[in-house]
Design a protein. Structure first.
Length: 116
């Protein structure tokens, strides 16, 4: 029974990792769609918030309550990514914003980087 339990645990961890990778892929796709328009300008507010400005509408991407959320004017919040242990947004001198994420659980996590 013990070897079978080890195989089940390994299978579960593998499936959980693949799910997190899939969820991150969708997050990356959504974020790129939101930010790759010429009409949208990005501004770093603090290390947990990015302002997306489009004409007269302001939207935000925020790290809040272990989630990355999209906050739009008068439309509420949309969760883009769950299970985020830590997130930090950093801007360099060329205006490129780096998104550094730690995703998973306290025991099993992985780090991801994305540049906007």
């Amino acid at each position: 029974i013990i070897p079978h339990l080890f195989r089940l645990t390994d299978t579960y961890l593998s499936a959980a990792y693949e799910f997190d990778q899939l969820e991150y892929s969708f997050f990356q796709l959504d974020l790129n769609k939101m930010t790759n328009s010429k009409a949208i300008s990005l501004k770093l507010i603090d290390e947990h918030s990015i302002l997306l400005k489009q004409q007269n509408q302001n939207s935000f991407i925020k790290y809040q309550n272990h989630k990355i959320i999209f906050v739009s004017n008068n439309r509420g919040n949309i969760t883009l990514l769950n299970n985020v242990l830590n997130a930090k947004f950093i801007s360099n001198h060329k205006g490129i914003i780096g998104v550094f994420l730690r995703i998973g659980s306290r025991e099993n996590y992985y780090d991801k980087s994305l540049y906007l």
